[in-house]
Write a protein that binds this ligand. Structure first.
Ligand code: FAD
Length: 354
């Protein structure tokens, strides 16, 4: 196959997976990144992400040995209203994100360099440049850039508060559901790093954040501070291609809408869609078929989430759902591509918080 010059915008998970696969396919690949170095924005990273995943299946799919970056969870707990749940940890992993050498971003960056990928740092894609980049460029700039908006993709807006600190905890995640947000908050730990996030609709306030941080202090004796906040734009529909300024662009990661809308799991989608975006340079049809197969269930959840967000009294509805844990778990499971009943969580024990 003829060598192509391929431009990728965004050196995050999906952009790097695309770049590695395309460079291996013999193409000349340049990745344009907004930040000065690898690891995304300092407003949310370094961070620790938790993800359900079939590591072996994922490695095979993306063609990159990334297992060493993921650690199986030692503990996964939920704090739902005033009740604590301990869950089984089958197929649940934590992974570090950001610029540190122990992060997945850094690992993929090093792999891409070995494959001969070129990097242009401090090279943001801007609304002006969007009109002039070559057809078939891959756009992988994540939900927290405004590119989703600039591309005129229908989107929903989230607000996120993020904080991180050092820790001596192992590989763990605690998810918090309560009346401080209609989404959820969490803390995750790995590699001596603890990161926390509270996400929700645009009107998520400092008061909500304070309530969440107080609960973390009360239940886990962890004092979180140094919060930053970002607004994220997530497409309402998963799509691999978009037409802009008369040209077709390929989308990957958050920009392709490839993340679970209820729980914000985006690591699986970023890795898978990075591979599919690379495939699209060989055959658009095959890539589209593959993309649709992975996102058919996701698209239904995107619609459900949009409806859910517009419901009045949604906090009340959420708290009712949370009371019945089986319903709650099936809600999560539904929105994770590839997961079956056997793979998902079971509750090991529960305890009331007094
Ligand atoms: C703080 C935080 C916590 C999260 N927690 C979890 C979790 O626990 N589990 C989970 O599964 N998912 C989680 N997610 C979601 C997950 O991180 C994303 O879905 C995933 O990283 C998306 O991959 P991506 O390739 O689209 O973007 P990213 O991996 O974020 O990479 C985007 C890259 O594009 C660059 N960029 C941005 N704008 C521009 C521009 N204009 N021009 C050029 N480059 C640009 C950025 O600097 C970055 O390097 C979390 C996200 C955040 C932000």
């Amino acid at each position: 196959m003829a060598t192509k010059e391929i431009q990728i915008y965004g050196a995050g998970l999906s952009g790097l997976v695309s770049a590695i696969n395309l460079a291996r396919g013999g193409h000349n690949v340049t990745v344009h990144e907004k930040e000065k170095k690898i690891g995304g924005t300092l407003k949310c990273h370094p961070s620790v992400h938790m993800t359900p995943m079939h590591i072996q299946k994922m490695q095979r799919y993306v063609g990159i040995e990334l297992e060493s970056c993921f650690s199986k969870l030692d503990t996964f707990r939920g704090c739902i209203s005033r009740k604590k749940f301990v869950f089984s940890t089958k197929n649940l992993y934590v992974v570090e994100r950001g610029s540190r050498e122990s992060s997945l971003d850094y690992f993929l960056y090093k792999t891409a360099l070995k494959e001969g990928v070129n990097f242009e740092f401090s090279h943001p894609l801007t609304p002006e440049k969007l009109r002039s980049i070559p057809e078939n460029s891959i756009i992988a700039t994540a939900g927290y850039s405004q590119i989703v908006k600039d591309l005129h993709l229908p989107y929903v807006t989230f607000k996120q508060f993020d904080a991180h600190m050092k820790t001596d905890l192992g590989n763990s995640t605690i998810a918090f559901f309560g009346d401080y947000t209609s989404d959820y908050g969490y803390i995750s730990t790995k590699n001596g790093l603890l990161s926390s996030q509270l996400s929700g609709p645009l009107n998520l306030s400092q008061e909500n954040l304070k309530k969440f941080a107080n609960l973390v202090k009360e239940t886990e004796d962890i004092e979180l501070d140094g919060w930053s906040s970002i607004i994220a734009y997530f497409p309402k529909k998963a799509r691999l291609f978009t037409k802009f300024a008369g040209k077709i662009y390929v989308l990957a990661g958050d920009v392709a809408g490839f993340l679970d809308p209820f729980f914000g799991f985006g690591v699986n989608g970023a890795l898978i869609s990075g591979k599919i975006a690379a495939m699209s340079m060989m055959s658009k049809q095959i890539a589209l078929r593959e993309f649709k197969q992975f996102t058919s269930r996701l698209n239904k959840d995107l619609v459900a989430h949009t409806i859910y967000w517009h419901l009045p009294l949604k906090k009340l509805i959420l708290s009712q759902i949370m009371k019945v844990h089986d319903n709650h778990l099936s809600l999560i499971k539904r929105s994770i591509p590839g997961f079956t009943d056997e793979d998902w969580l079971t509750i090991v024990s529960t305890e009331n918080i007094h």
